[in-house]
Design a protein around this ligand. Sequence first.
Ligand code: ATP
Ligand code: MN
Length: 479
Amino acid sequence: MYNTRTKIKSLLHSYTLQSTVTIMGWVRTFRNNQFIAINDGSTNTNLQVVVALGMLPDAVLKRITTGASVKVVGTVVESLGSGQAIEIKAESVEILGDSDAEKYPLQPKKHSLEFLREIAHLRFRTNTFAAVFRIRHAVAFAIHQFFNQKQFVYLHTPIITASDAEGAGEMFRVTTLPMDGTAPRNEDGSINYTEDFFGKGTHLTVSGQLEGELGAMAFSEVYTFGPTFRAENSNTTRHLAEFWMIEPEMAFYDLEDNMNLAEEFIKYLINYVMQHNADDLQFLDARLAEEEKQKPTAERQEMGLLEKLRFVAENSFERINYTEAIDILLNSPAYKKKKFKYEVKWGIDMQSEHERYLVEKHFKKPVIVTNYPKDIKAFYMRLNDDGTTVAAMDILAPGIGEIVGGSQREERLANLEARMQEMHIPTDEMSWYLDTRRFGTVPHAGFGLGFERMILFITGMTNIRDVIPFARTPKNCMY
Ligand code: ATP
Ligand code: MN
């Protein structure tokens, strides 16, 4: 019987005056013992319910408090108040669940994001987080739609993995061996993982790419979209220990094809949200504008959220190679005035401050940096003819820095084996991977898009903890 209710978003979108509807949701505010603002999570627009004076006994009125859940049956009427087209003239109001006004942490006022992070289990009930997580949902849906339209196969790569050669980050070990010092040991005192659950050492995945490549060698084009784990002990606003990544992998693609796909993909996601989540974006746009007003003029962003999204969707990303990027940094006023904390010279792994300088100060748009020194990139990236750089590409986004990391893969068996030897990666354990190069190898490429970083970009939020429902970061694992 409960699901005969009407969702507020649908009702506001299409209604018949004088019809009777059932609404269920949570009370946001109750004014003058008369006006209940109800929210059911379908939209940030609350539905106003008008209770005629004298209609409800005092005992019920008292229970209509912020946070309480209610069922309202009533008539759709034109609203006299400004700001909404319709309201509900209540015929009955039933309290489904009480909420003690003294104890309910979410008061009808502005709370700080830091405070809301402490009560992440309730923060979905705020306008900001409701908008963020509806958008997160929409982007996830759009990702599948994008690849499905292009006939990519969604491949589920393993979460527990025994391949530890990727070198993408520190890994979380998965084991059932006892932690009390009684685990079986080898003669040299190290733990004997042959006695462990899988008969070998295993970890949570840091990337599905290597397995993605196996799929691409059969389906031509695949993508993964799943959780990824990195035990990065860095407390930044852009790193989580558990995050979601989208990793397409395409046979018969070179670096340029790869960049084209990544750029099209990012623009598609932005356009999708602008089309389907316009009201939530508008809300976040206004929210960000308000935040920016609190900052000194010099620190304010030049564009509002919507303006930025439109700009990115409509303009080509800048494409430069790594060497050019370093030259720009070396010739920058910021470098000359010693504004960078970290060293700049050819060969560095660019720090966030460098990436952000390129994007926010120099080009003022997303930038794709290509052809990095091989020594700072993974073993599987294709060696360029110069012998010192690889066909890598990172996409840097305003306000975020790196949002995509990708490359053309080394498809030549001899080159790949040589590179693995140089980097002390055991080729025998990776025989399954090398088989892709032994049997019908092809030029291929792929990239990883950090899902939460994309959501940061689209929502204008600034801390990655605020765009994943339950954040996992060093010393923090609630729920
Ligand atoms: P960074 O230099 O920012 O740590 P990375 O070089 O380690 O990134 P990749 O290994 O290329 O990143 O991973 C692909 C993408 O996954 C990145 O471009 C980024 O969007 C995202 N990503 C990487 N690490 C994290 C993390 N700890 N939390 C959230 N997203 C991440
Ligand atoms: Mn990293």
